[in-house]
Design a protein around this ligand. Structure first.
Ligand code: AP5
Length: 191
């Protein structure tokens, strides 16, 4: 099973990715988490990525693509994976197409979580108080939403055109959203 979970910052991608990955017994691969782990370790990749992340901008495609390519080459991703937060640009979509085609597999579905802007900003401001993520400040949250709207929202139509889109309302309780995701994935036509 090869899936993507997409949605604006704070929509609940990371939260829901855990349940989907567990269900299909595949790794949840979050580019944001990999970048943050590198920032913590102070690697060259982390130092480079941090400049963009702290400003709410996307890390350049070349860096991100290479990182994902290396990650999905790992043995635990042989049977499939759930990508959380990748692809986010049209160039990343093309790159991912190439990576998957190279292995002779196909993408099975793209879950898009939607949520009201006020709700997601509220969630991120609340998280700022408990986790203190460097990009959860009001200004950077606003910029992350703008960047999503400019660069990632257009990807929804790309995947809709391919018949892979599963749009799910991300508002409400976490368990309710999870239930909606599984119901929507069940409704995807098998191919
Ligand atoms: P990333 O870590 O992916 O951040 P993001 O997209 O901004 O998403 P978040 O993690 O903030 O939100 P989420 O949708 O995962 O929601 P979550 O479940 O955490 O990326 C960070 C940065 O890395 C990017 O800005 C960029 O710089 C860089 N980057 C990453 N990927 C890249 C790429 N492909 N290309 C280039 N650059 C890239 O939930 C948020 C909060 O809400 C949590 O506190 C959670 O507990 C809570 N919550 C979740 N669901 C609910 C619910 N139903 N009700 C109430 N609260 C909820």
């Amino acid at each position: 099973m090869r899936l993507i979970i997409m949605g604006p910052p704070g929509a609940g991608k990371g939260t829901q990715a855990v349940f989907i990955a567990e269900h299909f017994k595949i790794p949840a691969i979050s580019t944001g988490d990999i970048f943050r782990a590198n920032v913590t370790r102070g690697t060259e990749l982390g130092v480079e990525a941090q400049k963009y992340m702290n400003a709410g901008e996307y890390v350049p495609d070349e860096i991100t693509n290479l990182m994902v390519r290396n990650r999905i080459d790992e043995p635990d991703a042989e049977r499939g994976f759930l990508l959380d937060g990748y692809p986010r640009t049209l160039a990343q979509v093309e790159e991912l197409d190439g990576m998957i085609a190279f292995t002779g597999h196909r993408l099975d579905g793209v879950v898009v979580l939607t949520a009201d802007r006020d709700e997601i900003v509220g969630r991120l401001l609340q998280r700022a108080q408990t986790e203190g993520r460097a990009d959860d400040t009001e200004d950077v949250i606003r910029r992350r939403q703008e960047v999503f709207a400019e660069q990632t929202a257009p990807l929804v139509e790309v995947y809709r055109g391919r018949g892979l889109l599963v749009e799910v309302d991300g508002m409400g309780a976490v368990e309710e959203v999870t239930r909606r995701i599984f119901a929507a994935l069940d409704a995807l036509p098998e191919s």
